[in-house]
Structure formats: structure tokens, C-alpha cells
Design a binder for this molecule. Sequence first.
Ligand code: PBG
Length: 331
Amino acid sequence: MSFPIVRHRRLRRTAGIRSMVRETVLTVNDLIAPIFVTYGTNVREEIPSMPGVYHLSMDQLDAEIDEIVSLNIPAVLLFGVPETKDAVGSSAYAEDGIVQQATRHIKKRYPELVVVADTCLCQFTDHGHCGMVHVEERCGELHGEVDNDASLELLVKTAVSQAEAGADIIAPSNMMDGFVQAIRAGLDEAGYSHIAIMSYSVKYASAFYGPFREAAHSAPQFGDRKTYQMDPANAQEALREAESDVLEGADMLMVKPALAYMDIIRTLKDQFDLPLVAYNVSGEYSMVKAAALNGWIDEKGIVLETLVGMKRAGADLIITYFAKDAARWLK
Ligand code: PBG
């Protein structure tokens, strides 16, 4: 008996065929490694909820960047954990601020390594919000309202000081209205029109940032970030946010977090022709690490599948705390 079956031959019979027809390829060139720089000397402190990720003082930076460069990872994303915080986050834009110092140091040692500077105030303000806040005490509790336009001025100062220090890309993560336009104008005016902006265009108010806030000591001291970060339930709004960033002059767009927002990554990739970055955030890292340390999952398999999934969804670049591991596994 014969059946008139239209056969779709599955092209996966041998490894050779599989690799010939593979649609998405993850390479080390897609990865950006975050680094937390802190004050003091001799600090190499593991972040409890992020095994394998450290707070490093300046004198401990070399070992880390040497490793990153030797693995051929093209870029780092710098976060600063400063010694002093105040209401206006002045250590974010100080000439000798921690990010500025680290940037100068890295660019001197490795001019080719791309330095992306996170431009935000939350690690540098005593209240832990991403901008200027008007604080008020009501019934013994602190309340605050973020002052969008006053914050913009401080963020522009921060971006310009980072560019001055040698950062190649400015990555504003603060989510104030109009931040891309303000930073673009500020950079141009200061003579940094060649410096690109990687905008955290679509940043959701997410529980996945929990470990990062512990790591960066940047949890808000009151209130939350829901007034300026996006509602996880919204997809249309992501398009509006990204569109305004494009019009304001962003050079790259970002979706953050990544895993729970793969549909947003795909939508942005289809709608805009700018390079798209996915941020595989701290909570996504911690969950995988915890399960791996328990022996419950195959870490390498899970990580590579996740990262290739983000690329397949449309990401051109991925910021990930797994960058060094992935680079090793991809060798
Ligand atoms: C804000 C910022 C955050 C992250 C990067 N930049 C935290 C936040 O919005 O609370 C989170 C990154 C991560 O979770 O890995 N400056």
C-alpha cells in the first residue's frame, strides 16, 4: 500500500546538514559583558545572589578585562557603585567618578575594547531613584515625585562626563521622558557628536532586576519605579517608546528584561532598522545559576539555548552576565 504523502524532509539527519541550514548563529561578537566597579582597594566581592559576578575595585579591574579581551568579547557595560551618595547623585557626573575612572583606565589599556557606560542616577542618589526626586514626609512615611526635567540636566552632565572619559557608547537606562533627545543635544554641544546612544527604550518595571539592585545598592528607599518604567502588560506602548527614541536620535534600541519579553524583541526588530539589544538581566542569571548549582539543570545547555533564543527573537546584541561563560563555551 502506498500513501500519497508530501514529504517534508527534516534537514537534521546529520550534524553537517544541521549546521548548513541553521538560521541563527550565536557568536562571541554578539555579547556585552557587564562590570560592577566599586571604590576602595583590593575589593573583589562576589555578589551573593549572582555567583560568579563581582564588585571590583579599580586595582582589581585588570584581571577581569584581560580575561574579557582574551575571550574576544568586544564590549563591556560599566556600572558604578560609588562610595558616597547624595540627593542629586553628584558622584555620577564627577570627573573622578568611579565610572569615569574605570573608563579612562580601560581605554588606556585596551583602546579597542568598546566601553558602554550606563547613564543613570539610581546607584548615586541616596533615595535610590533614577533621577531627581522631591521628597516629602507624610504620616511618617517618605513619598517622592520624580522631577523629570531637572533629572534630564543631571543625566546630560553624566553622559558628557562619561564621553569625556572615553566611553564609546552612552547607555541611558533612566527612563525619563525625553532623555535621548536631551543627551544627544548635550553630547553634540560638548563635541561628542560621534558618540552613539544605546537607549534602554523599552524597560519594564520588572521583578527580574532584584539581584541587580542588591548588587548595585540601588533599591529605591521609598516608592517604586512604576511611574517611569513600563507596565509588563503593555506591548503597544513599547512601540511608542521605541519610536520616540528613534525620532530623538537613538542609535541602538534595547529591550529589558529579555526572557519574559521575547515578543517585544521580535516586534521591535520588525518595526525598526536600528541594531537591537536584549538585556538578559540579573534575575534571569540568578535563576539559572541557582538551579545549576543545585544540579537541577545543564547550565551550558540552558544558557546557550536561551541566548540563541534571544537572537532568534531578533536581538543583534545581548548584554549578559553569562558573557564570559558563553564565550568559553562557544570557542
Ligand atoms: C538602572 C538599571 C537597572 C538595571 C540596569 N540599570 C535596575 C533598575 O532599573 O532597577 C538592571 C539590570 C539587571 O537586573 O541586570 N540603572
